[in-house]
Design a binder for this molecule. Structure first.
Ligand code: AMP
Ligand code: MN
Ligand code: MN
Ligand code: MN
Length: 294
């Protein structure tokens, strides 16, 4: 194929995690695994953190793939936690970093409080256990879940969430993340596009979901993660319809956290349902994409 061949068959995966948040691979290992899985364009979207992006960019050059600098911002909307992915963000943008720093400060306080609540519930050492698993990076409920599962408090990580870490459970700490408006302000200020992550996963009525998307569009939000590793096939189709109704661009991402979860693999995604407009259609993917199609 020639140098100017259209990048028709690029494989995109626009949602993934590394050790910089609650993933279990380093950014370099993640990029190498994505390349081996045939991914041409990978977004690294750690929770409230962009500290893995520089290493991932270096690894992507070596592996011959495109790295999209991203972040997954935790948002409180209508008393629920919503995740907004920022794609192609300039990680050097000061207001973005100030915002993310504030979110991480809330995370640190929340982790201590989770430890205190679990201790009251008879589970000692959970905070220390989570800290040890976070490798000095952000502390997520995932780190608590691994500690609790490994110490026999539940049969699996999923069961730990169900019994201890979801709202109204003993280890759950309510609190305020960024508002939707703040998150979009940080992402847009940093030159990025905002995408509502795994929209089918939130427990909310159809009318509340429409309200969320209405406000998101009003604030200038661009995309909906129509295809997600945490969606069923049916979810993908209903989210495609929702994206069309709200004139949102469609994104696709595995939400890969590590090889220990065999259900989710990098780049293993359903193609966007017919009628979706892909968020990457307008992207200029320079060198790396040309390498991929030549
Ligand atoms: P946090 O941002 O610290 O509140 O943690 C949220 C993370 O926990 C998500 O990004 C997932 O990686 C993980 N998580 C949430 N719910 C579950 C669940 N039911 N089973 C396994 N992991 C979950
Ligand atoms: Mn996570
Ligand atoms: Mn998420
Ligand atoms: Mn995620």
């Amino acid at each position: 194929m020639g140098y100017n061949a259209p990048p028709m068959s690029l494989r995109y995966d626009l949602h993934s995690h590394s050790l910089a948040s609650d993933g279990t691979l380093s950014p370099s290992e993640l990029v190498a695994r994505a390349a081996a899985a045939g991914v041409n364009v990978l977004a690294l979207t750690d929770h409230d953190e962009t500290g893995g992006v520089a290493e991932a960019e270096r690894a992507a050059i070596k592996a011959g793939i495109c790295l999209v600098p991203g972040v997954e911002v935790s948002v409180t909307w209508g008393k629920q936690t919503i995740h907004v992915v920022g794609l192609n963000v300039n990680t050097g943008h000061a207001p973005l970093q100030e915002g993310l720093t504030r979110s991480r400060e809330f995370r640190n306080w929340r982790a201590e409080e989770m430890g205190r609540r679990l201790a009251k519930h008879g589970i000692e050492g959970a905070y220390e256990g989570a800290v040890a698993r976070a490798h000095g990076r952000i502390i997520s409920r995932t780190h608590f879940a691994h500690f609790l599962a490994e110490n026999g408090h539940a049969a699996s990580v999923r069961d730990v969430f169900k019994s201890f870490l979801k709202p109204r459970k003993p280890g759950y700490v309510p609190g305020e993340w960024a508002s939707l408006e703040e998150a979009l302000g940080w992402i847009h200020g940093a030159g990025g596009q905002a995408v509502i992550a795994h929209p089918a996963r939130y427990t909310m009525s159809a009318s509340k979901r429409r309200k969320l998307l209405g406000e998101f569009v009003e604030l200038g939000g661009e995309g909906l993660e129509v295809v997600s590793g945490s969606h069923s096939r049916g979810d993908n189709f209903s989210m495609a319809q929702l994206a069309k109704n709200h004139k949102l661009l469609a994104s696709a991402g595995s939400d890969f956290h590590g090889p220990e979860n065999p259900w989710v693999e990098l780049g293993r995604l359903q193609t966007l349902p017919d009628g979706c407009r892909a968020i990457w259609e307008g992207w200029q993917l320079d060198e790396c994409a040309r390498r991929a199609v030549s």
